[in-house]
Design a protein around this ligand. Sequence first.
Ligand code: GAL
Length: 393
Amino acid sequence: MKRKVISMLMIAAMTASLAACGSTTASTDSDASADAAQTEESGDASASAAGGKIGISMPTQSLERWNRDGAYLDEQFKAAGYETVLTYSDNDSGKQVNDIQNMLADGVDLLIVAAIDGEALNTAMNEAADANIPVIAYDRLILNDAVSYYVSFDNYTVGTLQGQFIVDQLDLDNAGDTTYNIELTAGDPADNNATYFFGGAMDVLTPYIEAGTLNVVSGQTDFDTVATAQWNTDTALERAQNVLSSYYADGTQLDAWLCSNDSTALGVSQAITSDYAGSNTVLITGQDGDEANLRNIVDGIQTMTVYKNVSNESIVTLGLVEAIMSGETIDASLADTFGVECTYDTESYETSEGNKCPSFLLVPNVITKDNLQDLVDTGLYTMGDDGYLSAAN
Ligand code: GAL
């Protein structure tokens, strides 16, 4: 009900603000590792009049996937006739609040936000609510009731795919008395997704840990201990080096390392390459299909990644925005119109206790050395003669 009211008010607000459209917008990210700052030209005046102005707030360019998300969202909204304002906030929540406030001042009609910290955007979210601007939480949920909808992948399933992959590869159901050694690395505690990924994986792995088939030699199993602030590769690398020197320097064999995503898997892989005394291949999981990790998969250094097609995520987001803008009723039937496998879920996510957030959840897939061609088939990657994949531009 609240959302419908917001939609109606938003359309009124949009009509009022269209006259102000047509300015040039800029996006910058000063992360040291980021590519050169981009400048986004907004759509032409007639195109923006057809659509409206959309604020796209991304967390950082220092993690590969968000560069793709920002580019796809920007391209697809522009192609559909919207004007866009795209910002990256250097993994700094204060900057993200500021960036969103600037978008509101700039007269955006709707916000798409991938939060750096799901609990740190209240100032900006409350301003959006006061201005009746709908907010779509993109990929990461924002814990504020100003959020109208959530578009993401099934984050819990990402974790269960990683856990089940380890179970299947080590054939734990037929392990008999054999014990396999494992370590765990989770994501950023500020990212609402991180506990879903870790929780999904641990729901699969815990019965094997309890049965003694899997042994976490370091004893480090709780989320806070194994979490990685900002999904930072160097942080994951350092912790992995500490674990290896403290628990494996005596020649103890390590069989698997659960990593919640590719940036952390990269750090863990580096630590294993440089600091692991054993000669066996350590099974390493990941998520995102980052180029360096796909290279490691080809080279047998990382074993799998959970791939999330973020071009499809932006298609679903665009479809949802079109429905909001035209005042359509938003329900499960909308999910069938996107041409992308996706479910409508009104139970799994809450923006505050008891306040369920209607969500459109896409389906993640396991990628290994054996099905890299599936990525090429998406048209979003190319395979070089050397067998390595590059993201197609
Ligand atoms: C998560 C996202 C993952 C991964 C990670 C690090 O929120 O769902 O795909 O990219 O952040 O940025």
